[in-house]
Design a protein around this ligand. Structure first.
Ligand code: BT5
Length: 248
């Protein structure tokens, strides 16, 4: 396999050289009762972003999905996504790349030439199913442009390879991400703290585009449910979903 993977974290790993989408495979595993399984691929042929957007997933990336069964209400399942973004951001910083989280859960590498606040290094697609007011399963799917060359990246994106000028060892990177994720995922307070510590969006002027309106103001906090608190000057608005731009 392209990724030699030996994980000591409490996850079983199912590795694929190529697969349509690790989230799709993880959903199958979740439906058959699996838990704490990681689906990892070198390449995805049908990678998915949020809102039915496509996620470009050429060979060399870290494309992974984790089947989790946390004891959470559906409203707080976002904590799992926040744990994954904070874990991935910390592991990326250990490679020497100065990434930060853009709300809700993108990893960006700052780039002053970009009004939107940076180049996208990673994104997370979380899918879940609820049952009687509790989460039955939740699957955070992380797409991280690790050893993806510049010519295989979309516009406005970057990779660890591009930033560092050399390939990273994905086995080590994945291990670090999963260990941190495992340490954070059962601990809401630690998750929120870690998220805050890695966030580029807090104390930044933002424009959040919601389906019906646009909210502009200073991002002042994130809630336990992963919502962004925006001080518009007139009021504090709590926004739960939307696309966020950093304004300078
Ligand atoms: C995301 O969506 O950022 C979530 C991406 C999650 C991908 C992982 S890979 C493992 C697992 N299996 C899957 O099938 N998916 C997950 P969103 O915020 O909607 O961003 C999508 C947008 O990012 C696209 O419309 C493009 O503009 C841009 N994009 C696409 N591929 C990219 C890439 N490799 N790097 C950076 N930006 C990309």
């Amino acid at each position: 396999p392209a990724v030699e993977y030996g994980c000591e974290a409490p996850f079983e790993v199912e590795y694929h050289d190529s697969i349509a989408s690790t989230n799709d495979r993880a959903r199958e595993l979740a439906a058959s009762g699996a838990s704490d399984v990681v689906v990892l691929a070198d390449e995805q042929t049908g990678g998915r972003g949020r809102l039915e957007r496509a996620w470009s997933s050429p060979p060399g990336g870290v494309w992974l999905s984790v089947v989790c069964r946390p004891d959470l209400s559906p409203a707080r399942a976002t904590l799992v996504t926040m744990a994954m973004s904070a874990a991935a951001c910390a592991a990326v910083r250990e490679t020497g790349v100065d990434a930060a989280i853009k709300w809700p859960n993108d990893l960006l590498v700052p780039d002053d030439a970009y009004a939107r606040g940076g180049r996208k290094l990673a994104g997370i697609l979380t899918e879940m199913e609820g049952e009687a007011g509790r989460v039955a399963w939740v699957i955070p799917g992380l797409g991280l442009n690790a050893n993806v060359p510049a010519d295989a990246l979309p516009d406005d994106a970057t990779s660890l390879l591009v930033e560092l000028g050399e390939a990273v060892e994905r086995r080590v990177l994945v291990q670090r991400i999963l260990e941190r994720f495992d340490a954070l995922r059962g601990d809401p307070e630690a998750t929120r703290e870690a998220w805050r510590a890695h966030a580029a969006t807090l104390d930044t002027r933002v424009r959040v585009t919601l389906p019906e309106e646009t909210v502009v103001g200073e991002a002042v906090d994130v809630t336990d449910a992963g919502a962004l608190v925006v001080d518009t000057g007139r009021e504090e608005r709590v926004v739960h979903a939307g696309d966020c731009e950093h304004l300078r």
